[in-house]
Design a protein around this ligand. Structure first.
Ligand code: HAM
Length: 431
């Protein structure tokens, strides 16, 4: 430990330094501020779309995800942070937010008729043991949206327009494409899967993930990051879909276009979670080829997890990926951070008066601060500058004795003399 002018510096002992877990982040200063601003914008948009918040535990029974997300998904097969508690119960840190929301809907009987359609959102950390890289973390955060009890083209369109409204609110206008597809189901899907397997059997050099997926969930082979682009001649899903499904996809596309939301139909978009049943979509960052918003319909999940038959759909947004794009496009979401007043106390008595003034000003909703370590004017002005103060006042022997406090406006450079008891009123008047 050593002193540097007014600051005490603690020197880290390198050999004792404990680092954050791989694939996690510390957020502070401007990053945590931007983070909160993004969250705030999300809440604002969700409020005008008339959604209410749901808060569920950070860990859940392992079984929820094995049954909910599906054991052929990467999430369940290799990415869950699992642990056993002292009583031998198997839990996981939640690897996504949809299955927990569905569990809560069923457990709390939120599906009763008068609650429907039930529209809810969540915000919170998600844990996946993935290989960390830019935009891919082991602890990341999702802003999620789920709706229960509605299944219609209009709703599909509204859901995608909600994702778009959030990006608009953040002023993210570039480098995003919205891809949509409609997953086939039932007998049509079985026929298609059989054809796809036949087609894939001619490939002898597929990656190990593809080889596993051929048997577990063959559709996923199509969006394999390693081999996906080899399958250009693969049978196309829409050729096996009913006229009704294809019409629905086309109508969704057209209605979104008429609302000014350009989408692209991608017949190979299948998503990595097993619960999707109809519409699937992704808002992708074209520069990184990563999805920042992703979701779709999952009309069987509520029933599969023990609830009634209830259509559902939703999406989740990765906050880290939003932060990346904001940084890349130089967009600042949070408000300018300014102090209404910085107080420089120059004696013990001045420190006492400063506390009095701080309390009064803060109760009046003014953002004010001081630095108790400063011992002279020079250090005081430096602190004020660092904290972006709009006004500065010095509390010293002269001002205390005369009850004349010179408040310096940092922008105009002007100084105004004010009595101690009038400082808060004066600052409020300037706002
Ligand atoms: P997901 O595609 O697995 O879907 O994740 C949704 C979003 O979370 C992604 O688009 C991405 O922005 C972010 N994300 C995923 N993995 C990571 C990671 N390792 N690091 C940083 N960000 C990541 C779901 O989780 C579904 N529950 C979405 C949903 C809601 N479907 C219906 N309702």
């Amino acid at each position: 430990m050593f002193r540097n002018e007014n600051v005490i510096i603690f020197k880290a002992k390198g050999d004792f330094m404990i680092q954050k877990p791989r694939g996690t982040q510390d957020l502070f200063l401007n990053n945590s501020k931007e983070w909160n601003a993004v969250e705030e914008k999300f809440r604002k948009v969700l409020n005008v779309f008339n959604y209410g918040e749901i808060i569920t535990p950070m860990f859940e029974s392992k079984e929820l995800f094995v049954r909910g997300v599906g054991d052929s998904s990467d999430i369940v097969s290799k990415e869950m942070y699992e642990f056993t508690d002292r009583k031998g119960r198997e839990y996981v840190l939640r690897p996504e937010g949809t299955a927990p929301t569905v569990r809560a809907i069923i457990e709390n009987k939120l599906y009763i008729q008068e609650n429907l359609p039930y529209k809810t959102f969540y915000i919170g950390p998600i844990f996946r043991y993935e290989r960390p890289q830019a935009g891919r973390y082991r602890q990341f955060n999702q802003l999620g949206v789920e709706t229960f009890g509605i299944d219609s083209i209009s709703h599909d369109v509204e859901l995608i327009s909600l994702g778009q409204s959030f990006l608009n609110e953040l002023k993210i206008n570039n480098d995003i494409v919205v891809e949509i597809n409609y997953l086939i189901s039932g007998d049509e899907r079985k026929t298609y899967e059989a054809e796809l397997k036949k087609y894939l059997s001619s490939f002898t050099d597929l990656c190990s993930d593809c080889q596993t997926r051929i048997n577990k969930n063959v559709l996923r082979v199509l969006d394999c990051k390693i081999d996906g682009n080899k399958f250009t001649d693969a049978p196309k899903m829409f050729e096996f879909a009913s006229q009704e499904n294809n019409d629905r996809l086309n109508k969704t596309f057209i209605q979104l276009k008429e609302l000014g939301i350009e989408t692209q139909i991608n017949f190979n978009l299948v998503r990595g979670l097993d619960y999707y049943t109809g519409l699937v979509f992704e808002f992708k960052n074209v520069k990184t080829d990563q999805a920042i918003i992703a979701g779709g319909s999952y009309n069987n999940l509520v029933e599969e997890l023990g609830g009634p038959s209830l259509p559902a759909s939703g999406f989740a947004i990765g906050i880290e990926r939003i932060m990346m794009i904001l940084k890349d496009q130089n967009i600042k979401v949070s408000d300018e951070d300014e102090l209404d007043l910085f107080i420089i106390p120059l004696s013990d008595e001045a420190q006492f008066l400063t506390n009095k003034l701080l309390l009064e000003a803060r109760s009046a909703n003014l953002k004010v601060d001081t630095n108790w370590n400063i011992k002279n004017l020079k250090a005081g002005f430096k602190s004020a500058e660092r904290m972006n103060a709009k006004n500065i006042v010095i509390v010293g022997e002269n001002s205390i004795n005369s009850d004349n406090y010179a408040i310096k406006d940092q922008i105009s450079g002007e100084t105004t003399e004010v009595k101690f008891n009038d400082i808060v009123k004066y600052l409020k008047g300037k706002k």
